[in-house]
Ligand binder design. Structure first.
Ligand code: ASP
Ligand code: MG
Length: 417
């Protein structure tokens, strides 16, 4: 017998019929003798539809009211799923985030979980019920309803799993698992049997939309094994867990891309100490996440800086930089869109040389210019023009031996000191 959390995404509960199928799926696990807590997203495109609705009322909805509105989506799906289970003679109970003590900070629209008081869940489990919890929502200390940010139900699921010390957490969606890259671009992409938290974290942060990065972070921190699988079939999914041994890690496990990036360049900045801090503190104050940062050469005491932000933040970031003029002198700010960030990720990169240089080689052989580069121990990312995305990913996928039935041959082992 295990204790587990099953999380179903919007497409898995997109209709009354789908809810019935999901109920059956839950009952299979329950009949195996497991304790089951279920976390669900809003049905289908409900959240988007609610957002559209608010836009018809106002261009700038107060964030508090937005959270009131958006949390209704999950309240619909939990109640219907609980009804479906009870109709099939499976005792069940649905709860909102606040009912299970999902405490968050007060940051509407992007709240962070601070605590969970799972007594209600334990009581229901003791009564042999399936507990159905609304994803994506919580409550602040002041009793205000909050949401965890788009895609936040994954985080709810992992947080609940950690709080109730579940043996594992299954994330059900409409894909079979984690793939070496997007199968819509590379038809011979392979489904991975397992992947480490760190690799998954990089992939999720880099645009692989299957799992929310914060959920992976949480899972890594609390060591909750995640299983990513489809609610539309019974295929084995991908297990996300602790790396068993870095040396055994694939050199490149996956290739991710993110079209949601823009480059902001600040040209002719008077290069005085602390000038970067002025810009980046101002961006941080407005909660604008900055990703790749590049400083060009200094000429006549002036330097150029470039950084990337999410496409949604281009205007805010440009305005923020302009507003720094009082404290930092510069010539102009330029923003550039139609870009994509392509990244290779693999735990084995730590111990193998030549992985990044191969990436640059492959991209340049496609006649594509690399605009920016960033690296971490287990990933290398390049910003390129969006219209070269497909050819670049196809070429990288082959080059790193990721095509189905192909063996990876990259560089030699690095000499470790
Ligand atoms: N319903 C929310 C969204 O669409 C949360 C989620 O699905 O995870 O973003
Ligand atoms: Mg999702």
């Amino acid at each position: 017998m295990a204790r587990l959390v099953m999380k179903f995404g919007g497409s898995s509960v997109g209709s009354a019929e789908r809810i019935q199928i999901v109920a059956e799926r839950i009952m299979e696990k329950k009949k195996e003798g497991n304790e089951v807590v279920v976390v669900v997203s809003a049905m289908g495109d409900t959240t988007d539809e609610l957002l559209d609705l608010s836009k018809q009322i106002t261009d700038s909805p107060p964030s508090r009211e937005m959270d009131m509105l958006l949390t209704t989506g999950e309240q619909i799906s939990v109640s219907l799923l609980s009804m479906a289970l009870q109709e099939k003679m499976q005792p069940a109970v649905s709860y909102t985030g606040w009912q299970i003590g999902m405490m968050t900070d007060g940051c509407h629209g992007r709240a962070k979980i601070t605590d969970i008081q799972p007594n209600v869940i334990y009581t229901a489990l003791d009564q042999d019920k399936v507990v159905v919890v609304a994803g994506f929502q919580g409550v602040s200390e002041n009793g205000e309803i909050t949401t965890l940010g788009r895609g936040g139900s994954d985080t709810t699921a992992v947080a609940v799993a950690a709080a109730i010390e579940a043996d594992y957490c299954e994330i059900y969606s409409d894909v079979d698992g984690i793939y070496s890259t997007d199968p819509r671009i590379v038809p011979c992409a392979k489904k991975l049997d397992e992947i480490s938290y760190d690799e998954m974290l990089e992939l999720a942060n880099l645009g692989a939309a299957v799992l929310h990065p914060r959920a992976v972070e949480y899972a890594k921190h609390y060591r909750v094994p995640l299983i990513v699988r489809s609610s539309f079939n019974h295929h084995e999914g991908t297990i996300v867990k602790e790396e068993s041994g870095m040396e055994q890690g694939a050199i490149v496990s996956g290739i991710a891309y993110d079209k949601h990036v823009a480059r902001i360049s600040i040209m002719g900045v008077e290069d005085t100490p602390g000038v970067l801090a002025v810009f980046f503190n101002a961006l941080a104050d407005r909660h604008i996440n900055v990703d790749v940062i590049v400083q060009g050469g200094t000429k006549d005491g002036k330097a150029d800086f470039s950084f990337t932000v999410s496409l949604d933040d281009v205007e805010a970031a440009t305005d923020t930089i302009k507003s720094c003029r009082d404290c930092a002198n510069f010539d102009e700010v330029i923003s550039e869109t139609n870009l994509v960030k392509v990244s290779i990720v693999g735990a084995g990169m730590v111990s193998h040389a030549g992985v990044a240089s191969k990436m640059f080689d492959v991209i340049s052989k496609q006649g594509v210019t690399i605009k920016m580069v960033s690296t971490s121990e287990i990933k290398t990312s390049c910003i390129i023009a969006q219209d070269s995305l497909t050819e670049v990913i196809l070429a990288l996928h082959t080059a790193y031996g990721l095509d189905t039935n192909q063996q990876a041959v990259v560089g030699g082992p690095k000499v470790r000191r």
